[in-house]
Design a protein around this ligand. Structure first.
Ligand SMILES: Nc1ncnc2c1ncn2[C@@H]1O[C@H](COP(=O)(O)OP(=O)(O)O)[C@@H](O)[C@H]1O
Ligand SMILES: [Mg+2]
Length: 322
């Protein structure tokens, strides 16, 4: 079964009677490309479709999702959970004025993403699955730190945001590649393939391994049985590309070309989820501290977000179209 499939049969810590939490993560490697704007817009679109959502600011160190949402910093934030003052994420989750939308702030100038140790990361990933809303959206920070990649990999829907600028495209490829290598590393330690992979990944190797696809091929050639298990463990790695700040037709095409580059050079499966126009209404609504989806509900950009939300709710249909 594809890991992205929201299935009532998935293991769920809340017990078999409840539907599993569906987690969407918004990453992309670069800052300032619209991850927080996208996270909040997708969350509000879900509430418009009658779904309850919790939005979590995981851009620790630069948490500013409260400003994008136009809400006050709640009395308790992720720091209370990480320090142990709060036992569950539900305790630090605050209601917003938007019906159906809960918010968990990451605000704390002294807390950085790198400060979360392994135990707390595991607690956080486990805690996210126990959140009481059926949908959870993670707004990730920039960069490819191990913690950011692990939160990204823990999600059911892994959205990579990119804008049509060379720096953003470069960082998006780096982010996708890093998250795939991280996924390989997690699989290799579970399957006991470390030494095989370490020799293959040695930068002085003459094996011509330049991409994740090369690596999987190498493992399969040297140990077909392990190669197959390796394939199975990483086979559910499915990315969702979202192009933001589109201005021309040529920009729109970028999503298709990135999708083929991912397949051809990295062996990574990526869907092209759709695109969002560049629109001055975005900063205008930000300045007013009113989310764009609320302020301009009938704008074309909100129509684009609603379509992308539907695509994320039904990725199988999307795969058939693009
Ligand atoms: N589609 C868009 N059109 C116009 N401006 C945008 C768009 N998306 C994002 N922006 C602007 O880009 C800036 C960065 O957005 P933000 O969501 O904070 O990025 P990130 O979370 O990736 O750092 C904001 O000023 C926002 O108004
Ligand atoms: Mg942000």
């Amino acid at each position: 079964m594809n890991d992205n499939t929201p299935s009532p049969f998935k293991l769920n810590p809340k017990g078999p009677a409840t539907l599993p939490t569906n987690v969407w993560a918004i990453g992309g490697g670069k800052g300032g490309i619209g991850k927080s704007f996208i996270s909040s817009s997708l969350a509000i679109c879900l509430t418009k479709m009658g779904k309850s959502v919790t939005l979590i600011d995981l851009d620790l160190g630069s948490a500013n999702l409260h400003t994008v949402l136009g809400v006050k910093i709640p009395p308790q934030t992720l720091s209370d959970f990480i320090s142990g003052r709060a036992q569950s994420l539900n305790q630090v989750s605050a209601p917003t004025e938007i019906p159906g939308l809960q918010f968990i702030s990451g605000f704390n100038d002294a807390l950085n993403i790198a400060d979360i140790d392994r135990d707390n990361k595991a607690r956080l990933i486990h805690g996210i699955r126990q959140i009481q809303t059926p949908y959870v959206i993670l707004d990730l920070g920039a960069g490819t730190s191990e913690n950011t990649l692990d939160f990204f990999l823990s999600a059911d829907q892994k959205v990579v945001a990119v804008t049509p600028e060379p720096t953003s495209i470069e960082n998006a490829y780096r982010f996708m590649k890093s998250s795939f290598y991280r996924k390989l590393r997690l699989a290799e330690s579970e399957l006991g393939l470390q030494s095989l992979i370490e020799s293959a990944m040695d930068s002085r190797n003459q094996l011509g391994i330049r991409s994740p696809a090369d690596l999987v091929r190498y493992v399969s050639q040297h140990n077909p049985e392990a190669g197959q298990r390796f394939q199975e463990r990483i086979g559910d790695f499915q990315l969702q590309l979202l192009l933001n700040q589109v201005r021309t037709r040529q920009d729109i095409e970028l999503g298709h070309s990135m999708k083929s580059v991912c397949r051809k050079y990295f062996g990574i499966d990526a869907n092209y989820l759709g695109y969002i126009d560049h629109d001055n209404a975005v900063w205008q609504s930000l300045r007013k501290r009113r989310p764009l989806v609320i302020e301009y509900p009938y704008s074309s950009i909100v129509g684009q977000f609603l379509q992308i939300t539907k695509n994320l709710l039904n990725p199988q249909a999307l795969r058939a179209v693009i």
